[in-house]
Ligand binder design. Structure first.
Ligand code: PMP
Length: 387
């Protein structure tokens, strides 16, 4: 049997729980999907026009492995102005195929077989499979509702061992919407330094921070050298399909990631990179307009969920609400399936984000006010029957 040739590591990992769930609703137009984590906006017109211009000029070749120098320059300026992070464009920034590739590069570059990778639970669905594929041993650290879905020093300290090597963090968080302040990060940074951890900080939702400003753990004293900041254009700039992300950090660590990138992706798509330059040079106001829309929807959705009897922590970032469904007596899979079949609303069962996600569902508000209103009406009817 040829299937026996499939690598055990690949065989071990399940297909994406989100995708599997959405196949159930595919092709049914009556279903309102609040499932997938993708802005409902098209990329702004001037960004598309910049790409069309480049295409018409025949700019269709490979770029330097680390990305177009102009883009690396713009990324460095942007991170400095927005988040107080300073990186040298020449060797502290790599442009990647979405932030997804940057995450994979970091895990591949640093994990030696048996190294422990600490991953908060709940967390973004791809971290554990990516860490497993790269030979890491996954250690979950609780980021529970009682602690506002934040990472705490107490919880982190409990899971540290001599094999701990990497800590993955993602704030603003998918799926909970939690954010971390400078004060929240201080004790985490101390632990990372004390135990010589590399921190992989996925800051793809940094721009979508609604109350106050995003703080990167890399901006804390002594943290730049041991943190790989990963981000990209998919979410705040509405550019999911262009596949452009980046990694920034310590030049020695980045050089290791760049080696893998050179042999695998070679470079991120040139047209995506050209569009990303336009987004950073002239598209910052567009991003602010989209953020304002997300914020309005956030208010509507959170108030709506609470009023129909679904307690919900206030998400301060990203575009997800993570209401508790435990009091219905259903587990998250059954709740989400019944909501889909009986009310025609697709949300993601929390367990797909790790053990810490059981008892919750993830509801995306990257959908129009009209859709959210209709979904809330349907959910209200559903909850009346269940409770
Ligand atoms: N990190 C998080 C937390 C995400 O939610 C996503 C997309 N769902 C990604 C990374 C990947 O984004 P991309 O590869 O499009 O940059």
């Amino acid at each position: 049997m040829l299937s026996e040739h499939i690598s055990p590591r690949v065989r071990d990992i399940p297909p994406s729980g989100i995708r599997a769930f959405f196949e159930l609703s595919a092709g049914n137009n009556d279903i309102i999907s609040l499932g997938v984590g993708e802005p409902d906006f098209a990329t702004p017109e001037h960004v598309r026009a910049a790409c069309i211009g480049a295409l018409n000029r025949g700019e269709t070749r490979y770029t330097p492995n680390a990305g177009l120098p102009e883009l690396r320059e713009e990324i460095a300026v942007y991170l400095h102005n927005s988040f107080n992070l300073y990186y040298e464009p020449a060797d502290e920034v790599i442009v990647t195929v979405g932030s997804s590739e940057a995450l994979d590069l970091a895990l591949r570059a640093f994990i030696a077989s048996g190294d422990e990778v600490i991953i908060p639970s709940p967390s973004y669905i791809a971290y554990s499979p990516m860490a497993h594929l790269n030979g890491g041993v996954i250690v979950e650290v609780e980021a529970a509702a009682e602690q506002g879905f934040k990472l705490t020093a107490e919880a982190l300290q409990k899971v540290i061992t001599p094999r701990s090597k990497l800590l993955m963090v993602n704030f603003p968080n998918n799926p909970t919407g939690a954010v971390m302040t400078y004060e929240d990060w201080l004790p985490i940074a101390d632990i990372a330094k004390a135990h010589n951890l590399i921190v992989i900080s996925d800051e793809i939702y940094a721009e979508l921070t609604y109350n106050g400003k995003h703080t990167s753990i890399a901006s804390l004293p002594g943290m730049k050298e041991r943190t790989i900041v990963i981000s990209g254009f998919s979410k705040a700039f509405a550019m999911t399909g262009w596949r452009v992300g980046y990694a920034c950090g310590n030049r020695e660590l980045l050089a290791a990631m760049l080696k893998i990138h050179q042999y695998t992706a070679m470079c991120a798509p040139v047209l995506g990179q050209i569009a990303a330059i336009e987004s950073l040079r002239n598209g910052l106001p567009d991003k602010d307009v989209m953020k304002e829309c997300f914020d309005q929807r956030r208010g509507l959705l959170i108030a709506g969920l609470r009023s129909i009897g679904l307690p919900c922590h206030e998400p301060h970032g990203a575009f997800y609400a993570f209401p508790s469904i435990a009091h219905t007596g259903l587990n998250s899979e059954r709740f989400a399936l019944q909501l889909l079949h009986e009310a025609g609303v697709a949300a993601v069962p929390g367990h797909v984000f790790g053990a810490g996600g059981e008892g919750y569902i993830r509801v995306s508000y990257a959908a129009s006010i009209q859709k959210l209103t209709e979904a809330l009406e349907r959910m209200e009817g559903f909850m009346k029957v269940k409770m």
